[in-house]
Write a protein that binds this ligand. Structure first.
Ligand code: G3P
Ligand code: MG
Length: 239
């Protein structure tokens, strides 16, 4: 498939509360073809959309996601911390997000975001839910273990390894994770490392790019997509 070039990071977290259905809806209205969000397990094993292992920064809740049942998470306000206009925006389940992506025609980069110690279980459960979705998607993770388990659970799903700076042993780490693409931080990207990856024919996508000029520089280097909190900076024709 042709992958999107501009991917709404955390569903477009500068414009709407991050990792929410409101973000998915706005991304679609802006003309995005692709979105990224973070999937973590609640205490009862239900995968939900949230970035942090704790609830305080983005929701009305307190404590750890891994210690909170999904029924309690469903009662939280995941919108007001962004802006009062988004009060009562729910913290969505992964299934709800995947269903909405399919309905809106959005390609989804599901980042497997394990709480500490839950790498294998999160990889397994997120891959199982992703495999049941009808829309197009890709799995990524900073955890090679999570990706390996995801590959055994759903080998048909494409996978990407997330890194900050590209490590010297990027190729071995990708092989270990069973990944076909590399997603790296834009801030820590060196031209030499990018060239090494790209000349090996490995797709490279970069996070988090919130200025058009930075994206243009990365595209000129051969980077194939950027993750951005500001998908509104691009016209739909350039997505
Ligand atoms: O998937 C790209 C990006 O989301 C990785 O960083 O911390 O925003 O999940 P983070
Ligand atoms: Mg992420």
């Amino acid at each position: 498939m042709i992958y999107p070039r501009i991917i709404a990071h955390r569903c477009g977290g500068a414009l709407t509360p991050e990792n929410t259905l409101a973000g998915l809806r706005l991304a679609a209205r802006l003309g995005c073809h692709g979105v990224e969000f973070d999937a973590m397990l609640a205490a009862d094993g239900v995968p939900v959309l949230i970035h942090d292992e704790t609830l305080e920064r983005t929701t009305s809740g307190r404590g750890r996601v891994a210690n909170t049942d999904s029924a309690r998470l469903a009662e939280l306000d995941a919108g007001s911390r962004h802006h009062a206009a988004f009060a009562v925006e729910p913290l969505p389940t992964l299934d709800a997000a995947l269903q909405l992506c399919a309905a809106l025609g959005l390609w989804a980069n599901v980042e497997i975001k394990p709480s500490a110690g839950q790498e294998a279980e999160t990889g397994r459960v997120v891959a199982r839910h992703a495999a049941a979705a009808t829309g197009k998607l890709l799995l990524s993770s900073f955890s090679a273990e999570a990706l390996r388990i995801a590959a055994s659970e759903a080998p048909q799903l494409p996978r990407a390894l997330l890194v900050e700076a590209i490590p010297a042993d990027w190729s071995e780490r990708m092989a270990e994770a069973g990944a076909l693409a590399l997603h790296s931080s834009a801030r820590k990207l060196s031209a030499e490392a990018a060239q090494a990856v790209l000349s090996a024919g490995v797709p490279l996508r970069c996070y988090t790019v919130n200025r058009r000029e930075d994206a243009a520089r990365l595209f000129a280097m051969g980077v194939s997509a950027v993750f951005t909190d500001r998908p509104d900076l691009w016209p739909a024709s350039e997505m």
